[in-house]
Design a binder for this molecule. Structure first.
Ligand code: SAM
Ligand code: SF4
Length: 458
């Protein structure tokens, strides 16, 4: 979501003459768009700010506010820490949360005319989406690229009312809010008109989406997906992140019969222990998660799953952790994100007595990640020899090679025509590399020599 927000900030600033640059040293305005979800991410902001202070000083503006480069801290760290940032880093010019970046032009103007720092961490009554322009080219503007984005993010829902006891999102992103169907559709059409063939619908709890249609009726995520699926030129739809509690019959049916909806679902479970799920306030137990997976797989047998898991939640015993491993063994995930519990200020779990020692969290994380890695490798190996539709997104590093993704979000490299970029083509999977699959056009030189797959991050 921060990638999406950063692109929208670039859109808001474009009329003021700001263009993205590749090098911070060349910038007149530097925005750190921050994440507060775990301590490590939040602390990184202060080390990055230290480097920017040196940069500011080297450009001779150490003592001045006017001139440049202006330095801003945006996102959830800004929302959570507000004035504390200005206290620890007084050379920062602007601090604003995720709900106020549509006011960036006013903030920049105010700071540039020397009227002091800007601090805006409100939850304004006017939703920011009403004030944002249609996207210029989400996904490419930030990279400074000329090539239209083949895949794009689109925020449809934001905030959260679920208050899991470990999580800062309800405090930093605020209450749950769904954009109207018409607003989402207009943005989707703009993205497709600019070359996007795949849209990933975003929300902290994207399947809690309940947006108004033009007639005033309210539709859930399934209704929204079916509307967007009618857009010509849009080949693929994905959504993330969904909550197990909000997987309804309509969404399962959508996975069964909406061809544009990809058979890949990120459905965080967090723990395989009922005791821990209850302490986390997740609102479901392990049996319900299993049932949901069974129903999804019955509707869409080739559905691949991904998840989020936290190890070392306060009070997690060896038996609780074993239950998580058991659930992972039973469900099998194509990919997953796993984290050590990080005590976040202001959340109930941070105050619990039974904090798990760091060394034990490390040990559990390694055990879990070894299992998840083995499952991912086995899932990827299972693709070898199969023909899969791949949406090609860009040229790869090696001459003649292009890169894209399978329906299951696996990165693929193939020796294929550059003209395929932006479109879906069937390719045969030849081999599995550490970070991507290698493929060849069906009926083409399948046994011909192929360059080594480029390393790309998962
Ligand atoms: N709304 C999604 C859900 O309910 O599953 C999750 C969104 S959250 C922004 C992304 C992931 O960060 C969570 O699924 C969780 O695994 C992880 N996370 C959140 N707070 C955490 C914490 N305090 N410590 C460790 N991981 C955390
Ligand atoms: Fe955080 Fe997700 Fe729980 Fe909301 S549902 S509090 S975003 S983990």
């Amino acid at each position: 979501m921060n990638v999406y927000d950063s692109a929208r900030m670039a859109d808001v600033l474009a009329p003021l003459g700001y263009q993205p640059v590749d090098d911070a040293a060349a910038a007149d305005l530097i925005i750190l768009n921050t994440c507060h979800i775990r301590e490590k991410a939040a602390e990184k902001v202060y080390s990055d700010l230290g480097r920017l202070q040196l940069l500011k000083a080297s450009r001779g503006h150490a003592a001045e506010r006017a001139g440049g480069p202006l330095v801003a801290v945006a996102g959830c760290v800004a929302q959570a820490e507000g004035e504390e940032i200005l206290r620890r880093a007084p050379y920062v010019d602007m601090v604003f949360g995720p709900q106020t970046y549509h006011r960036l032009p006013e903030m920049v103007a105010r700071v540039a005319r020397g009227a002091g720092t800007a601090l805006d961490t409100e939850f304004p009554p006017e939703p920011k989406f009403d004030s944002l322009p249609l996207p210029a080219a989400v996904g490419t503007a930030l990279a400074g690229g000329e090539v239209p984005a083949v895949t794009a993010f689109l925020t449809v829902q934001e905030g959260c009312d679920k208050f899991c006891t470990f999580c800062v999102v309800p405090y930093t992103r605020g209450p749950e809010y769904s954009r109207s169907v018409a607003a989402v559709e207009a943005e989707a059409r703009a993205l497709v008109a600019r070359g996007a063939a795949e849209l990933t619908l975003l929300g902290q709890n994207v399947n809690a989406y309940h947006g108004q249609e033009e007639a005033g009726t309210v539709v859930g995520l399934a209704g929204l997906i079916r509307r967007l699926a009618r857009i010509d030129g849009l080949a693929r739809i994905r959504y993330t992140t969904s909550h197990p509690r909000d997987v309804d019959d309509a969404l399962i049916a959508c996975h069964r019969d909406e061809a544009k909806l990809m058979p890949f679902l990120h459905l965080p479970v967090q723990s395989g222990s009922d005791r821990i799920l209850s302490a986390m306030n997740r609102g479901h137990d392990v049996a319900e998660y299993r049932r949901t997976i069974d129903r999804l797989r019955a509707a869409r047998p080739d559905l691949a799953l991904s998840t989020d898991i936290i190890v070392g939640f306060p009070g997690e015993t060896d038996a609780d952790f074993e239950a998580t491993l058991d659930l992972v063994r039973e469900v099998t995930f194509a990919s997953a994100f796993s984290f050590k519990f990080s005590a976040r200020p202001g959340t109930p779990a941070a105050l619990l007595d039974a904090q798990v020692p760091e060394a034990l969290k490390d040990e559990r994380l390694q055990t879990l990640q070894a299992l998840l890695r083995a499952q991912q490798e086995s899932f990827n190996r299972g693709m070898v020899g199969r023909v899969l539709p791949v949406l090609f997104e860009r040229a790869a590093r090696h001459p003649g090679q292009i890169a894209g993704r399978t329906p299951y979000l696996q990165a693929v490299h193939a020796q294929a025509p550059a003209a395929w970029i932006g479109t879906v083509h069937d390719v045969r999977i030849l081999a599995v590399g550490p970070n991507s699959l290698t493929a060849a056009p069906v009926g083409g030189a399948e046994s011909g020599p192929l360059a080594a797959p480029e390393r790309i991050s998962a």
